[in-house]
Write a protein of this length. Structure first.
Length: 355
């Protein structure tokens, strides 16, 4: 099996594509569910290979966050994910061998995306490039691939791994290799009990509870929703960043930018679009006195998921919804609501910060 991974990386689809882009690989996992890649990685269009073996991943940045990289540089893009990894909490090895949506990946890398300038001398939006292929592993054998750049991350696809065992004869050959530690039950146990890997409060919260298989698939459900920033005294929205539970992230342009520059419709902050449910939204606005203010809304997971389900229950798919952030007239606090279908639900458990 161990040789199978490497051989398949070389033998499958020898067609060479010369297009190259500057990018790096990365591995992600949810906090509380550390993983390590045992063997394998991303197969490239020229028959080459980028390994995902880069050490233990703790998920401290959350699902979708980038981990370390070992091969940043110009090279062809990947066409296949072929990897064996260990889910420590499950004490299970998974193997996934799946074709990636290459056309989607190369389309994103060719087009790039527009983002906001932080340079006062050159305030015009500028083109940014995607530079990371991020691979996430979650319990139940879930593998998700994202394309990421500064301030942006989009899902490429979701793939299913299957439980696998490493043959004993191969285990014997690995006793002097770093991969061998993953096979030892005492090492696996030490990982899941280490508060430096899984914070003690997370261990305590998860103790006695079943692993929430399917949770990360539920994060992928999309709804047709847009944002509404209700600003007092004719202030103008400036920059809105949406961090979604499914690992996606996007920076959107507010009215202050839209009035000054030509902004693609899909990057305007109030354009309705199918998105997954947001985990956090950060925003800024320009007051009538031309003062820049900013804020952040961190949603309560149970409350916001329940609200989306309640407003769409029994309705046709694609019903438009709106997340409204109402800033107080004093500009130092805000409330947040989910609206749609003639109803409005206050998301009172959200954490609100205004800076």
């Amino acid at each position: 099996m161990l040789s199978f991974i490497f051989n398949s990386c070389q033998d499958k689809n020898k067609k060479t594509m010369k297009e190259e882009f500057k990018w790096k690989e990365s591995v992600s996992c949810p906090l509380g569910y550390p993983v390590d890649v045992f063997m394998g990685g991303l197969e490239l269009t020229d028959g080459g290979y980028t390994s995902l073996f880069s050490g233990l991943h703790t998920g401290k940045g959350g699902w979708g966050s980038e981990g370390r990289s070992m091969s940043h540089g110009k090279k062809p893009l990947p066409k296949r994910l072929n990897v064996i990894w260990i889910s420590f909490v499950e004490k299970t090895f998974y193997h996934v061998d799946a074709e990636l949506d290459y056309e989607k990946i190369v389309g994103l890398f060719k087009r790039g995306y527009y983002t906001l300038s932080m340079d006062k001398e050159r305030p015009e939006p500028f083109r940014e490039d995607y530079g990371t292929i991020n691979v996430g592993f979650a319990p139940g054998g879930v593998a998700v691939v994202w394309a990421a750049g500064i301030g942006r991350q989009l899902e490429i696809g979701r793939y299913q791994g299957v439980k696998t065992e490493i043959p004993k004869e191969q285990v014997e050959k690995l006793k002097d290799e770093p991969e061998y530690s993953m096979l030892r039950p005492e090492y696996q146990e030490s990982v899941i009990k280490n508060p430096g890997i899984i914070p003690q409060e997370v261990q305590d919260a998860n103790k006695g509870k079943p692993i929430p298989i399917g949770k990360w698939d539920s994060y992928r459900k999309r709804y047709n929703w847009s944002m509404n920033l209700d600003i007092p005294d004719k202030g103008l929205s400036n920059r809105i960043t949406c961090f979604s539970y499914n690992g996606e992230m996007e920076i959107l342009f507010g009215d202050y930018q839209i009035e000054r520059f030509k902004i693609p419709e899909e990057l305007k902050w109030n354009t309705p679009r199918k998105r997954s449910i947001p985990k956090m939204i950060t925003f800024s606005w320009i007051t009538k006195e031309n003062i820049l203010k900013s804020g952040a809304i961190t949603f309560n997971e149970a409350q916001i998921f329940k609200a989306f389900e309640e407003l769409t229950q029994g309705m046709a798919e694609g019903i438009p919804l709106q997340i409204t952030i109402r800033i107080t007239h004093t500009g130092d606090d805000a409330s947040v609501w989910l609206e749609g279908n003639g109803k409005s639900i206050g998301l009172y458990k959200s954490e609100v910060k205004i800076f």
